[in-house]
Each structure stands twice: as structure tokens, then as C-alpha cells.
Design a protein around this ligand. Sequence first.
Ligand SMILES: *Cc1c(COP(=O)(O)O)cnc(C)c1O
Length: 379
Amino acid sequence: MIVQLLDLRGQYKVIRDELLPQVERLLESQQFILGSPVETFEAEAASYCGTEFGIGVASGSDALLLSLMAADIGPGDEVITTPYTFFATASAVTRLGAKPVFADIDPLSCNIDPSAIEGKVTERTRAIIPVHLYGQAADMDPILKLAARHNLLVIEDAAQAIGTEYKGKRAGSIGDTGCLSFFPSKNLGGFGDGGMVVTKRRDLADRIRMLRGHGMNPKYVHKLVGINSRLDALQAVVLSVKLRYLDQWQGKRKENAERYNHLFRHTDLFQDQAVVLPREIYAGEAGNTHVYNQYVIRARDRDGLRVYLETQGVGTEIYYPIPLHLQECFTSLGYGAGDFPESERAAKETLALPIYPELTPEMQEYVVDRIKAFYRGGK
Ligand SMILES: *Cc1c(COP(=O)(O)O)cnc(C)c1O
């Protein structure tokens, strides 16, 4: 059996008949930049996230960059974030000439540990970027308190977490801005790159809307130096259709996660601690959810397991194999091995298994069966 890490073809079959006439209509109009498809989707996505404003941009990476630009963050400023995330979270800071300052993660959620942040705050700190990794929110209450005490901006990296809830609030609506990605592998993925900043703050929304179009308003009058970063109308059309299915797909991801939990719990792997299952930190508490962009286990001899699973037709991925403080391009930040032990341990132990909505129970049984076989082999 072949079980890919992600296979989007089944999803396309479901939406195809609904989508193609809409795409056709856009093609007939030949209006590809902004316009009503983008405005419509901005309103729909903002409402889904529980914010007033949504500004469609070219990628999740740009959503982060534009959030920082809107707050005028630049040389001399520091921004605190996690070293255990996708590169863009920190590179957005670097690209503006500011300095990313890392704080280690909580090993259970793999999200930034709020208690590690306080000690990193200096008089130069301007913002905190918590990442809702794998689809579960970072512990936002202590982060918001700390931010309020030090007058810091909170930019949520919600690229993996659209729709996830923390104490009844949706990701992106908790901090000052929320950054979404519509990269195809995210829970709401387009047919290419795309992103959005969602926010309740009109001042930031206005600035970001200006900055995504070269700081221009009206035409050829530039009040700010912005960038060219817009969500394509074509992507907006696709995403509007897909958004109608999102809750259903999120539900399937959750079911799949529960099925894995169940299958693993009925093996001795679990008792042997060969495999540690992902933890829902706020499980059972009302108003908290996990949208499982990734189902990430910790595994003994992770690299051996990954190679074995590949020979068995099972796709997996490591998010992320090298924590950001150990990346060559960040050498100048002066960090070294041992600085963030939990991030470094996670980078060695974690493994993402296929979790996409269209995965069948048989496929999941096969994945767990192959993992059992690996450990039975005495490796
Ligand atoms: C995907 C992702 C991004 C970047 O999004 P793009 O749309 O690919 O630019 C940023 N942060 C995290 C945590 C992500 O997973």
C-alpha cells in the first residue's frame, strides 16, 4: 500500500464541479488583480477567524513581514519567537534588519514556552511572534499579559492553525495580527502560494493594505515604501469555494488523529515509550481545539523509522530537522548547540505522519502496522 504524507487529489475531486465554473467566470473577466473575488474572500476568511479585517497577501511569509512592517519594526529592534518553527517566522524579522530573539518550547505542545519569554525581554523588544505549531494554539494568555506589561505587539503565526480555538477565540483573533498561509499543504490551501493578515485593529489593517500595494494610495502616490504582495484573484476564487468545506475537513483531521491515538494505544509500542503521541494540551477544556495540520509523534530511532517507512510506501516528514538557532544563516545571532535543549530534542525525535482528511482507516491501520513492524525488528 502507498500512503503519501499528503494527497490532495481526493479533495479536488470533491470540489471540482463547484469550482470550475467559478474559475471559468474569472478567466472570462480577465480581472486577475484584487477586485471583488479577493474582497469577498477577505471578508469570508476574516469572519471565519473572528476578526473584522482580512488583507490578502502573496504568502504566509509576507503576512508576517507585512505585520512587522506595519509596526515599523526595523534595525535596532528585537522580536521574540520560537526557534522550532518554519524559517519564515524568523526570517521576516531579519529581512527588516531587526533581530530575532529565541525562547525555547514547551516539549508537550512544541509551542513557545511563555515562561521562557520573560527573561528575553529587553528595552529593544518590540514584538512577540508565537506560532500555533501543527494546528494547536500556543498558550496565549500569559503571552498577552507579558506583552501588555512591556507594551509589545503580538503577531500570531497561524499558518498551520486556521480555525483552531484557544479559550473560545480563533487563531489570528487573539493577538494584534494573525498570519495565515494558503500554501497547498495547509488546512486551507490554494492552487499555489497565498496568505492573509487578519486583525481586529483598523489602524494596522489600513497600513497593511497600503503596504501590500507599494504603499500607494491613490494611484502613483506613495505614502509609504511598501512591497508588491497581493493574493491573486484566482486563488481567492479557489479559496472561497474551499472555505465552505473547511469545517468538514477539520473534523476529518480530528477523527484521523483520534483513530491513530486509538490504534497506537492498542500496541505495546506505546507502553514501551517507543512512540510518544501528540498531546492536546487543553484536551477536555471547553473552547480549545486542535486542527491537526500535522499529526506529530516522537519516535525512538526516528531516522531509522523514517527510512523504513519509506521502503514500506509510507510518506513522513520532519517538522523541523534543524532548529532555527542552529541554521547557518543565523550564525551571526551568536547561538550555539545546547542553547534551546527542548527545540533541539524535538528536532531529533519528531515525525509527522499522514493526517489529511481523505486518509482511510485502512491506510492508517497500515501506517501503524508498519511502525509496529519496525520496532518488532528490534531496531
Ligand atoms: C507555512 C508556514 C509559513 C509560511 O507560509 P508561506 O505561505 O509558505 O509563505 C510561516 N510559518 C509557519 C509556521 C508555516 O507553517
